[in-house]
Ligand binder design. Structure first.
Ligand code: ADP
Ligand code: 5GP
Length: 194
């Protein structure tokens, strides 16, 4: 097992994006199992938890009013509205983690990712692409977590997201899961100098 933690150096920040249903969660779960020294940042969101999601584990589920207060207080490194809900990353957590030499992964959408790249140019942006739009819709529906309106809203974002991905450092197609995982690991290892 690799030990990516380095106490003398600032940690690396990886930002992973991809359209809803493309397989980000699935890939990251596998990646983190193999590399427990990579930390996954926990975002704040105003959306309701899905069955099985736990506050403080999947997200910090936050009331809209509290989220807006945190925005006013300048607590977010980035935040955005997506599908009618707010999502954001707390700046203090990211800076503290990186300054300890720990490597951090953010799984966030494209607008937030580009805000991060502007503020922290050393961050590494990775976009996960679907093998096709049909397969993406199939996966999103197959996951069975969204109602029809939410599915339609998420699919509406896809073309804009793929256009945005041209500004990313890397793009990985998640067709065969193990192949995509290997590619993702190679990108991470290369940037960590492993
Ligand atoms: P995201 O986190 O990007 O919204 P998920 O990880 O929840 O996506 O994956 C959406 C669905 O697609 C899940 O049911 C998952 O099991 C499935 N999936 C993920 N990767 C693949 C793949 N490479 N091939 C087939 N199905 C996949
Ligand atoms: P979901 O509701 O499916 O969990 O997430 C919807 C979208 O919000 C996904 O594209 C996910 O990557 C993104 N997201 C999750 N957390 C954050 C965050 O802190 N900031 C931003 N900008 N997007 C986020």
């Amino acid at each position: 097992m690799y030990n990516f933690t380095n106490m003398n150096k600032t940690g690396k920040l990886f930002v992973i994006s991809g359209s809803s249903g493309v397989g980000k969660g699935t890939l990251l779960k596998e990646l983190l199992l193999q590399h427990p020294d990579l930390k996954l940042s926990i975002s704040a969101t105003t959306r309701n938890p899905r069955p099985g999601e736990i506050d403080g584990v999947n997200y910090f589920f936050t009331k809209k009013q509290d989220f807006e207060k945190a925005v006013q207080n300048g607590e977010f490194l980035e935040w955005t509205e997506f599908n009618g809900n707010y999502y954001g990353t707390k700046e203090a957590y990211v800076r503290k983690t990186l300054s300890k030499g720990e490597n951090l992964i953010l799984e966030i959408e494209t607008k937030g990712a580009l805000q991060i790249k502007e503020k922290l140019p050393d961050s590494i942006l990775i976009f996960i692409l679907p093998p096709s739009l049909e397969e993406l819709e199939h996966r999103l529906r197959g996951r069975n977590t969204e109602d029809e309106l939410s599915i339609q809203n998420r699919l509406k974002e896809v073309k804009r997201e793929i256009e945005c991905s041209k500004q990313y450092d890397y793009r990985v197609v998640n067709d065969d899961l193990s192949k995509a995982l290997k590619e993702l690991e190679e990108i991470i290892n290369r940037n960590l100098g492993v």
